[in-house]
Design a protein around this ligand. Structure first.
Ligand SMILES: Nc1ncnc2c1ncn2[C@@H]1O[C@H](COP(=O)(O)OP(=O)(O)OP(=O)(O)O)[C@@H](O)[C@H]1O
Ligand SMILES: [Mg+2]
Length: 238
């Protein structure tokens, strides 16, 4: 998959686009899991940063909306480095953080994208401690209401290895899709992410091999997130 987009307009990704077929297969596969049960929550993550999570989560959601008359929800669960609002040309504030903090109602926060049936919840305001924000119980409760309306809820998350709240989001989802940057992510790093999910007894629904071409070295540094994570990572290896 090679599709470099920063913002996505409804006219730029259609059934005729390159890679639509790939995303359609992924979407179709997800719909059939758990006997075709309606209201699934799928979590998109990767071992490290910059492997293409947001790209995959966005195109998967758009493909779903282009393929069916049901409603779909894309949630930006990466409050460390959110980018869904940039891709869908809306504002970051008034999103997931506010919902989890009880500072807003879903009706006021859900953004209706230009793709029919595709709704978006942006990351919301930046919070000092995202790990505390993501209470598994509170997030599950929030999603349980939304599952009734959306055939699939896609959560775009932070990477599993450097960001501790990523596993919490995997816990609230029914299944995880792991994005692996082809030819770049070392096998043992990807395997570590798979082991984390396995250890937590969380279903891995698929692996997307994303060929993003050039490697941007800074994506691999824990510092990319913020200094706190960097310090923690440093302490762990010392
Ligand atoms: N298949 C692809 N072909 C070309 N460019 C890609 C592809 N997938 C992703 N990119 C580009 O690589 C960059 C990182 O992708 P993306 O934001 O989807 O990764 P991410 O895993 O969400 O990153 P982060 O960990 O920062 O959230 C973006 O500029 C995106 O447009
Ligand atoms: Mg991202």
């Amino acid at each position: 998959m090679k599709h470099d987009v920063k913002s996505i307009a409804a006219s730029t990704f259609t059934e005729h686009s390159a890679y639509f077929a790939d995303f359609y297969r992924l979407f179709h596969r997800i719909t059939r899991i758990n006997n075709g049960q309606f209201g699934k929550v799928v979590y998109v993550t990767s071992a490290t940063a910059g492997e293409g999570k947001t790209t995959v989560a966005s195109f998967l959601s758009i493909t779903a909306s282009l393929s069916s008359h049901n409603f779909y929800l894309l949630i930006d669960g990466d409050v460390h480095r959110p980018t869904i609002h940039e891709r869908f040309n809306c504002t970051r504030e008034n999103g997931l953080s506010e919902l989890l903090l009880g500072e807003g109602e879903p009706g006021d926060i859900i953004y209706k994208s230009s793709f029919r049936g595709l709704h978006v919840i942006t990351a919301g305001k930046s919070v000092p401690n995202p790990f505390q924000l993501f209470s598994v119980e509170r997030t599950r409760e929030l999603l349980s209401e939304m599952r009734r309306y959306y055939e699939i809820i896609v959560i775009d998350g932070p990477p599993l290895l450097p960001v501790s709240d990523s596993l919490k989001l995997a816990q609230v989802a029914d299944g995880t899709i792991l994005v692996v940057k082809a030819g770049q992510t070392p096998r043992e790093v990807a395997a570590h992410a798979v082991a984390i999910l396995k250890e937590a007894d969380l279903p891995l629904w698929g692996v997307v091999l994303n060929d993003t071409g050039e490697v941007l070295p800074y994506y691999y540094q824990p510092k990319y997130y913020d200094d706190r994570h960097y310090q923690k990572a440093k302490e762990e290896v010392q």
